[in-house]
Design a protein around this ligand. Structure first.
Ligand SMILES: NC(=O)C1=CN([C@@H]2O[C@H](COP(=O)(O)OP(=O)(O)OC[C@H]3O[C@@H](n4cnc5c(N)ncnc54)[C@H](O)[C@@H]3O)[C@@H](O)[C@H]2O)C=CC1
Ligand SMILES: Nc1nc(=O)c2c([nH]1)NC[C@@H]1CN(c3ccc(C(=O)N[C@@H](CCC(=O)O)C(=O)O)cc3)CN21
Length: 287
């Protein structure tokens, strides 16, 4: 929690399960470190390309019961059918994992277009309903300040977002964005549409020049000149690039907090140092 001008802002971050079993030790070590920052929750993605929900559950269980930090597990509609979803919800209940981010999910690389089209649950809202009816979970959903790449207009995207909230989403986590003005415009539109649940702003620290391409491909987020200039300037200088990328994320976070954001969610890519540097700078500067 970051307290600024009498408001409590939730602070959280996201980790992803390692691809190889041998690397599980590294993620546990990172979690032990992140715990020192006393985050409000740590989220765990639904494996690589929607596979491997087992490791997601293992890591969420560690966060909840060993780290004793609130765990938020991602579940994707693409990655489950009714039996698998029931099984996962039962396990989360049993392991005391009480927060879930219900997503549609990306098309896994090894899934054919046909299987993707024929998937059992089509949208995030389809699993939100099941999760709501089967346990006592705090449900988060994703939202898109610059609209979902597949949505034709922002208004259409917000219509479906409102449906997700009406069906049972208790809070929202944004897709990454690099331009805070896009976020403020989006928050105004949510207000106008009467969507009033807390919104956690998703911040992706760009710490290596080649990371921006992947991030933009996943999100379709726009890149302000200030950030593209940093990439151009430091593309051959990884140390300065990392420093400038972290500083950009700090400036973005501080501006959001000054403008009344509900929560900050760092897409930390399993990097403790980056998370710590952002957290400590923000706490130092604003409290
Ligand atoms: N793994 C992760 O950490 C994250 C993944 N994502 C990715 O973002 C993507 C979308 O996920 P969600 O936002 O959960 O999907 P969603 O199901 O809410 O929306 C997906 C698209 O379908 C549209 N849509 C939603 N409900 C609809 C309905 N009932 N009828 C017709 N169209 C509808 C939306 O406007 C949007 O264009 C996925 O690719 C997901 O994996 C986003 C954030 C985090
Ligand atoms: N569409 C979409 N899918 C996601 O899985 C997703 C989002 N959006 N937005 C929020 C977070 C951010 N995510 C990300 C962001 C970047 C990479 C990425 O750069 N991956 C590199 C490997 C990085 C590494 O191992 O350190 C890659 O080459 O895939 C992966 C997931 C996962 N989440």
């Amino acid at each position: 929690m970051i307290e600024c001008n009498g408001k409590n802002i939730e602070f959280s971050c996201e980790v992803f399960p390692p691809k190889r079993n041998e690397d599980m030790y590294d993620i546990y070590k990172t979690l032990d470190e992140i715990k020192l920052l006393n985050p409000d929750f740590i989220s765990v993605t639904y494996g690589a390309g929607g596979s491997n929900s087992k490791r997601t559950a293992q890591i969420a269980t560690y966060i909840q019961n060993i780290s004793e930090v609130e765990a938020l597990a991602h579940v994707t509609a693409v990655g489950v059918n009714p039996e698998k979803l029931a099984c996962m919800l039962e396990e989360f209940e049993r392991k005391n994992v009480r927060r879930i981010l219900a997503l549609r999910g990306d098309k896994p690389r090894d899934m054919s277009d046909e299987d993707f089209k024929e998937r059992y649950y089509k949208y995030a809202s389809d699993i939100i309903k099941v999760i709501k009816d089967n346990g006592n979970f705090k449900i988060a959903a994703a939202c898109y300040p610059e609209k979902h790449p597949e949505a034709s207009t922002v208004a259409e995207d917000i219509k479906y977002l409102k449906e997700k909230v009406e069906i049972g989403a208790d809070e929202l986590i944004t897709q990454m964005f690099f331009d805070n003005n896009k976020f403020y415009d989006f928050m105004d539109k949510l207000g106008a549409a009467n969507v009033n649940v807390p919104v956690h702003a998703g911040i992706m620290p760009i710490t290596a020049a080649n990371q921006l391409g992947t991030s933009v491909a996943l999100s379709g987020s726009s890149v302000p000149t200030e950030l593209s200039n940093i990439i151009a300037k430091y593309s051959e200088d990884p140390i300065s690039m990392r420093k400038a990328g972290v500083e950009y994320a700090i400036r973005q976070t501080e501006d959001l907090i000054k403008n009344g954001v509900d929560g900050i969610h760092i897409y930390c890519m399993n990097k403790f140092d980056v998370t710590r540097e952002i957290y400590e700078a923000v706490v130092y500067d604003l409290t």
